[in-house]
Write a new protein. Structure first.
Length: 601
């Protein structure tokens, strides 16, 4: 699999991530999350629209022979040294993305488990089977030591098929991956070298990793990395305002809300927005309800030359036809009963700035004609007034229907359509930019935790699967509501699960597949997929679990206590394995057990 996401890069300066304390592979618990199964659940296949994701990163399946041919073309075109550097850097970016995935998805995992997850993730991607000989690190002392055997290296196979056995190691991309992954977790550059390689005739590849200071000379390693401008940014599970300028055109910041995305469709809309912003052209935002048209209009204003002037928004669909003229153009005192004072309209209030006309299609034909005159002449006349008022306004409009069809049906003036449709910007629905869903839910999770004073951590795998599978007819507005609902419903210091999200009859129809046990693809159903057990059957199971003869009289507290007791029994009284069985961290389970001992509990 090949990552196709572009990320920002910064200098090698020891700031490449939030460093971890210390750890040793001798202490590694093979059942601690993220296990290989946990990581496998992060892969989603959507054959219907030709996309594969590893969590929030789009992936592509390629023939290994194709990668060998690409390597040959590169060597023939730019030479071995430049090819090695290019592939090393590509691998580095992939490793950084892998580290970000595990840090974001499992923020409470043990440090040594996070390092081990990189080996599992690389195997999951089909790159290599990793046998860990040893890992030990101490962030305070700045020491990292790791040694690994790489079996079944896909890169070595591709190289041998193309070039045969040689005298130099050639797993360049995989070395880059190891450096990117470990450097991002450890918080400072860690250099990996391939001591043995199948490309040299060895039975397997052997690699050693140490911090740059622990090697005698790393100038050659850094030369391949182009380290003066090529090491990934620090890990940021939540994108803050200061992060966004470094993330490229697909990230735009606002003091109130953020436009966040990494998908191609979203980046295309951002590119058009930036292209038209410096001009005074009229912009028409097209797209379904809830895709963020007003937020994009605000961004257009903020990054354009009128940012110091007013931004005025009006929802045309919410104005009665009899009041459209007074709302848009203003009213003079005494113009009609109740007009006790003169009042400026939206055009006047937006003078020098931007006027956003949301949902223009419901305007009557009479109102459309008056709007057209104001746009063409650049002047308005208040209701009951006798003088014209010049206004300098940039008009931005939006609609959620096909305006051409409205014109053909005689419901929208053709001349007004051409006046508004100077520079159309299509905003894609969320189902066309699924790559953005994990990024958006993390942003909203952070936002609503802060707003409601909660500390809800992340989402369970099945909750993320359901969100990835859901079509979101309400688009980002609906996603926003679901996450806020989850933040309110979930337990403190616990993840948001499926039952916290979909409680209003939401249904999912699209097919999304994940890798199940045995390597087969299993379809994941949406939020309203019915369980095989009826509610009465579930109640009977819970009654048996709690020792309650009355299935209708079961308390949540009794079920909670019974589950903890069962987990402790199965784990021999050990907290860490019991916590994993319950989907909790060790401190969370310890806290719940302590609360049980308190009087009245």
């Amino acid at each position: 699999m090949i990552h196709n996401k572009k990320i920002s890069l910064a200098e090698v300066n020891g700031k490449s991530g939030t460093s971890l304390p210390r750890g040793d592979s001798a202490e590694l618990d093979s059942q601690a999350a993220p296990t290989l199964r946990d990581l496998t659940e992060c892969i989603f296949f959507s054959p219907g629209d030709g996309r594969i994701w590893l969590n929030n990163t789009r992936m592509v399946l390629l023939h290994n022979l194709t990668l060998g041919l690409l390597r040959q073309e590169l060597v023939d075109t730019i030479g071995t040294e430049r090819t090695r550097g290019m592939l090393t850097r590509i691998g580095y970016v992939s490793g950084v993305e892998g580290a970000r995935l595990v840090r974001n998805q499992w923020p409470n995992a043990e440090p040594i488990t996070l390092f081990a997850a990189g080996t599992r993730l690389h195997a999951l991607e089909g790159a290599v089977q990793v046998e860990t000989l040893h890992i030990n690190f101490d962030a305070q002392k700045g020491i990292y030591n790791g040694e690994f055997i790489w079996h079944n290296s896909s890169e070595a196979e591709a190289h041998i098929t193309t070039f045969g056995i040689g005298t130099q190691p050639a797993c360049w991309m995989q070395l880059g991956y190891a450096m990117g992954y470990v450097s991002t977790l450890f918080g400072k550059p860690v250099i990996f070298r391939e001591i043995e390689c199948r490309c040299m005739g060895h039975p397997a590849c052997r690699v050693v990793g140490k911090t740059a200071e622990q090697w005698d000379d790393v100038s050659e390693d850094l030369r391949y990395l182009k380290a003066e401008n090529f090491v990934a940014d620090g890990f940021a599970p939540i994108l803050e305002a200061e992060d966004l300028p470094h993330m490229g055109p697909a990230f735009i910041d606002s003091e109130k809300e953020k436009i966040v995305g990494i998908s191609v469709a979203f980046a295309g809309a951002c590119h058009r927005l930036k292209r038209v912003a410096p001009t005074c052209a009229t912009v028409l935002f097209l797209g379904e309800s809830g895709v963020g048209k007003e937020l994009f209009a605000q961004m257009l204003h903020e990054i354009g030359p009128r940012q110091s002037k007013p931004f005025v928004s009006v929802n045309c669909a919410a104005i009665p036809d009899t009041l459209v003229e007074s709302e848009l153009f203003g009213v003079e005192r005494g113009a009609y009963t109740g007009a006790v004072a003169s009042r400026a309209g939206r055009f006047e209030r937006a003078d020098g700035g931007t006027l956003f006309l949301d949902e223009v299609t419901p305007l009557s034909l009479v109102a459309q004609g008056k709007l057209l005159r104001a746009l063409q002449e650049g002047e308005v006349e208040r209701v009951g007034g006798s003088r014209t008022i010049r206004v300098n306004v940039r008009v931005v409009a939006a609609c959620n229907v096909d305006l051409r069809k409205e014109v053909e049906a005689g419901r929208f003036r053709e001349d007004l359509y051409f006046r508004l449709n100077v520079f159309p910007v299509y905003l894609p629905p969320l189902r066309e930019r699924r790559e953005d869903i994990p990024l958006l839910i993390n942003y909203f999770l952070h936002r609503y935790n802060k707003r409601h004073g909660r500390n809800v951590v992340n989402f369970t795998s099945r909750a993320l699967t359901a969100l990835m599978n859901y079509d979101f007819p309400g688009n980002i507005r609906e996603l926003q509501n679901l996450v806020e609902r989850g933040v309110i419903s979930a337990e403190e210091d616990c993840p948001i699960d499926l039952h916290h999200l979909f409680v209003s009859g939401e249904s999912s129809n699209s097919a999304l597949f994940a890798v199940a046990e045995g390597g087969r693809l299993a379809e994941h159903y949406g939020a309203t997929h019915k369980e095989k057990q009826e509610p009465t059957d579930i109640l009977r199971v819970l009654a048996k679990l709690t020792g309650n003869s009355d299935a209708e009289g079961i308390s949540i507290e009794a079920v909670d206590h019974a589950l903890m007791d069962l987990a402790l029994e199965r784990s021999g009284g050990k907290l860490s394995p019991a916590a994993r069985l319950l989907g909790l961290t060790r401190p969370q389970l310890a806290y719940r057990l302590q609360k049980r001992k308190e009087p009245g509990k």
